[in-house]
Ligand binder design. Sequence first.
Ligand SMILES: Cc1cc2nc3c(=O)[nH]c(=O)nc-3n(C[C@H](O)[C@H](O)[C@H](O)COP(=O)(O)O)c2cc1C
Length: 211
Amino acid sequence: MDLFEAIRTTRAMRRLDPGRPVSDADVRTILEAALKGPTGGNQQPIRWLVIRDQDTKDGLQEIYQRCWNRGRKPYAAEPGRIAPAVLNSADHLAANLHRSPVLILACADTGPQGRRHDASVYPSVQNLMLAARALGLGTTLTTAHLFEEEAVKELLGIPSHVTTYALIPVGHPLGKWGEPKRRPLDEVTYLDRWGRTGADGTDGTDGSGPV
Ligand SMILES: Cc1cc2nc3c(=O)[nH]c(=O)nc-3n(C[C@H](O)[C@H](O)[C@H](O)COP(=O)(O)O)c2cc1C
């Protein structure tokens, strides 16, 4: 698959086929792609936890469901903040997390100083999601479990010097691939100076945009 097509069509795929396994070879391929992501000073603090065991997935789902019940509240309380379809699909994922063929938890070793490594983790997570897309596998970057990170760490035997960043369900999607909705580039890009949206330094109404 062409790289730009993979980028264009990678989106949150929360409805996964529970009956269609994901091969170890595919899991290895997407993790190898993730490994190529950059990390600050090439320190490579990331550790990946691949979860296939059903009891463990069941335990994670219980925690995730509680977390999502909290996480969804602000969205549900403010109509229009999130598309109902997105809320529905996030609800579906929470209820079915344990049916995902594979769950991948992106972690990082915080070292003795307890440093966070968010910016060194997320490029690799995106690599993983793009590689999964190229193999026809759906993923969703989720962070709701962080509401109860300690419970997740206890369940998975994660030591205290390791932090978790994203829980990514992986499976063959039940839904269709499609382009995610995003704001137009020219609405979110400025030239030379904050707020300057047009190539001529005006408001971009000539249609040329900043880039
Ligand atoms: C930092 C971050 C945290 C997210 N956490 C969750 C989550 O906990 N649960 C969930 O269902 N989706 C989660 N998502 C997925 C987003 O809701 C999703 O990327 C967004 O709605 C855009 O979806 P689209 O790419 O299909 O358009 C998260 C995404 C990001 C980038």
